[in-house]
Design a protein around this ligand. Sequence first.
Ligand SMILES: Cc1cc2nc3c(=O)[nH]c(=O)nc-3n(C[C@H](O)[C@H](O)[C@H](O)COP(=O)(O)OP(=O)(O)OC[C@H]3O[C@@H](n4cnc5c(N)ncnc54)[C@H](O)[C@@H]3O)c2cc1C
Length: 444
Amino acid sequence: MKNHSTIIIGGGWAGLAAAVELSKHNIPVTVFEAAKQAGGRARTVTHNNTLLDNGQHLMIGAYHQMLSLLKTININYRDVFLQIPQQLEIIDLNRQTTVFKLKLPLLPAPINLLTGILSCPSLNLTSKLKTLYKFNKLLKTPLNKDISVEEWLNTAGLPAEYTNYLLKPLCLAALTTHPHEASARIFQTVLQQTFNGQASNTDLLIPAIDLGHVFPEAAIKYIESKGGQVFLEHRASKLNAINGKIQSIIVNDETIETTNVILATSAKSTEKLLSDIDNCMHIKQQLHNLNYEPVTTIYLQYNPQVRLPLPMMGAINGISEWIFDRSICRQPGLIAVVISANGLHMTLNNEQLSAKVATELAQQFPDWPAAESVMVIREKRATLRCIPDIDHFRPGIQTPVSNLRLCGDYVYIEENNQPGLPSTLEGAMRSGVKCAQQLIQEYL
Ligand SMILES: Cc1cc2nc3c(=O)[nH]c(=O)nc-3n(C[C@H](O)[C@H](O)[C@H](O)COP(=O)(O)OP(=O)(O)OC[C@H]3O[C@@H](n4cnc5c(N)ncnc54)[C@H](O)[C@@H]3O)c2cc1C
C-alpha cells in the first residue's frame, strides 16, 4: 500500500491554490485530479485546434488572493491578463443603442468612482449627485437581514439607469443569480470590496491566454518543483474513515494511506465522496440543499478583421449578456458571448441559441459578416445559486473528521465577520489557501 502524507483530491483552482500554499511552506503534497487536465470549471478546452475556455471568465483587481498566488508561482499577472481600468459600456439589444457608459479614471478610491460618476454621460446632473449620495449610503449601511438584491435596490432610491443598466447586470455577472433571487448581503460585500478598496480593485482583468495557462499549468510546475506530485486521470472513489480519521483513500482502484486529506472537489462530488462517512451527516445535508446556476458561453468565429468597440461589453434586453473580443487572446475575429444563470436560453437547443445570438450581434453590428463557425459550451452547475442567507447552508473548511478538510467555491470562509464570497475563482482560491493555512498550523 502506498503512502502519501498530504493528499488533495481535485485539481481545480481551489485544490491547486491549497497545494501551492502548502508547497510554499515546503510541505510536499499529492494532488489527484480525475480529469485529463487540471483547472476544473476554469479549464482550457480545444476546439478545431483552437484553445478555448470551458467558459469565458472575467477577473477583477479585487481578486487579491489570485494575484498573490500568481506571484508565488512566478507569473507576472500582466503577462496573462489584459488589465484595463473599469470601463463598462452597456448596449440595449432591443434598441441597438448604447444605454450606459462608465469609465473610472486611474485615481485612488473613492475618487475614481466619484470622478467616474460625475463624468458619466448616461446620467444627468441630478442623477449623478443622487447616485453619489445614495450609492455611498447603500454600500455603507449594514444589512441586518438578508433580502434579495432587487428588494434592496428598490429601497435605495438610486436613479433607474444606474440600477437597471449597471447594478443589476453586475449582480447577475458577479453572483450568477438573478437580482430577484440573489443575496443582497453578498452583493453588498462584492461591491464594497470592489469600489471601496484600492483603485486597482475595480480594474478588469480579462484573460489574455487560455485559462489553463493563466494558473493551473504554472501551479503544477511550482508544486512539482517543491517535491509535490500532481496525478491527472486519477479519480478518488472512496475515503476510508476509521475511528474518526481518514486512514486511506481509493484512487483508480488503488488504496493509498494518508495522514491528511483536503477535499477540493465540487460540492456535488464532495457530497458523493462523503456518502460513506457517518459523522459528516450535517455537511452532506447542507450540500444536498445547495442549488446551482448554469453559465453558457457561445463562441462565434468571424472574419479576423471583426472587432468589438471595446474588449468587453454588456448587453440588456436580449439573450446575450456579456460580449468579449478574444482578439486580446490573439484569437482575432473570435467573439465570446456569456449568458449567466437560468433563463429563456435554457429552453433553446444549441442551434437555436447560436442563431439567436448571431442575430442579436448582426443587428447590433450590421457591418460584421456572418459568423463562420459557432460553438456552445453549457456548464449546468457553473456556480452556487447565491440566495439570501446562503452562508447558513455552506459548509466550512473543517469537517467532524479531524484530518479531513474541504475547500472550493461552495465553502464558507469566515473573514472579518463578512458574508462569504459568491462562487468565483477568488472565493475558490481563498478557501484553498485558508484550508492549507489551517493544516500548516497543525504541522508547526
Ligand atoms: C462557464 C463558467 C464561467 C465562470 N465565470 C467566472 C468568472 O467570470 N469569474 C469567476 O471568478 N468565476 C467564474 N466562474 C466560477 C469559477 O470557475 C469557479 O468558481 C471555480 O472554477 C471553482 O473552482 P473549484 O476548484 O472550487 O472547483 P472545480 O473547478 O469544480 O474543481 C474541482 C476539481 O475536482 C475534480 N474532481 C471531482 N471529483 C473528483 C474525484 N472523485 N477525484 C479526483 N478529482 C475530482 C474535478 O475534475 C475538478 O477539476 C465560472 C464558472 C463557469 C463554469
